[in-house]
Design a binder for this molecule. Sequence first.
Ligand code: GLU
Length: 473
Amino acid sequence: MSQEQENYSFFQSVERSFDKAAVFTKWDKGILEQIKACNAVYRIKFPVRVGDTIEVIEAYRVQHSHHKLPCKGGIRFSDEVNQDEVMALASLMTYKCAIVNVPFGGAKGGIKINPRNYTPYQLENITRRYTAELVKKNFIGPGVDVPAPDYGTGEREMSWILDTYMSLRPGEVDGYGCVTGKPVSQGGVRGRTEATGLGVFYGLRELCNIKEDMARVGLEPGIEGKTVIVQGMGNVGYHAAKYFHEAGAKVICLIEWDGAIYNEKGFNPDEVLKFKKETGSIVNFPGAQNLKKNTDGLELACDILIPAALESVIHKGNAPNVKAKIIGEAANGPLTPDADEILNKKGVIIVPDMFLNAGGVTVSYFEWLKNLSHVRYGRLGKRFDENMNIHIMSVIEDLTGKKVSEKERKFIAHGADEVDLVYSGLEETMHAALHEVRDVMVASSDVHDMRTAAYVCAINKVGAAYEQLGIFP
Ligand code: GLU
């Protein structure tokens, strides 16, 4: 069953969740309407030579909110792309940035292609032409609108975007900040690749440490021993699965578009990824049971279900069969509003996308700051800190007459590298945001679910920004 059969589009479902939360805020109708609306929608059609033919490619960039600039959000390559979807995803970006206190408005881009049907050379042509179209209309730039990776795109596409932008805007001193998710050699930041998956892990780990919340779903606090199912072995799903596995959780089922595998003892996601790279699929992974239908995996009993693929995968058709106690929305919009309602009624804790997958944009923010400051994180302080730590240790050794072990010495002396700072900034951001969202629920006995609480948080912040802009005299 698709979302259309539930009678509302993806954008309408975002509006529905927004309206449900808006009643718990103080903003008048005008401000709420402004927050909800997409400020600018750019639809492009351009021709690209594919083999012997010319193909007309359909693409979008939607800037949902200009309450803070630049706008920010990924670009996806998928043949499901349409205006409604990009509008919904751009809206979610606004709320996501607000929740994690990243000072951007939301945006999203999409090119309606299945990247598997094109050669790298053709994809490069399409990406460069799309970027040129964005430049033409001033829909990209470090102070205007900053794309990033999303479903079907990654570092490679971001490099093409950067290179095209720089060649059309030569000499722009902050030009590297026109796109994030770049390779480190092209101005990227260490830790961006794994950021969304790691953010998913940090967010859920913090939730799992809250005794009262775990008691509500009959679970013990902590990650160790929890059973986890992940849908999607792309960048987000793979990294989320990996961090759960490393923390002692059992990743018992992995679901991909072409099949799903199950093993009650748990998988090592690195081994599964290696197998997928060798064979082209996770199906037939040694020692695993292949599921008949890939989506059957969503209905297996587990503690934490992490949909990390596309929107609307849990809907009114399969929601009643979902047995997970916690659902962590690593993808954007994986639950339809009907599914959300059904699962909330069942008492499942649903950790919403706009909080849980905000690690990607958080680290994009760090990358953008790095690009504007033209200096790598840690470059100035690392050596100073190391010298200071070594000095403090030798003073302590002199005073106590005892020696610190070599292992401890190495650990304590270490000054923060770029990746250390990125991880700690991400961890702090995810923890703080979780508690901000939770505090809304604690403060109001009428707000029963985390999605509504997250919307309340976001609406309040964006509403305050609009009010301060003074555009509603
Ligand atoms: N596409 C990612 C998201 O949906 C990242 C966006 C960004 O880094 O700007 O959050």
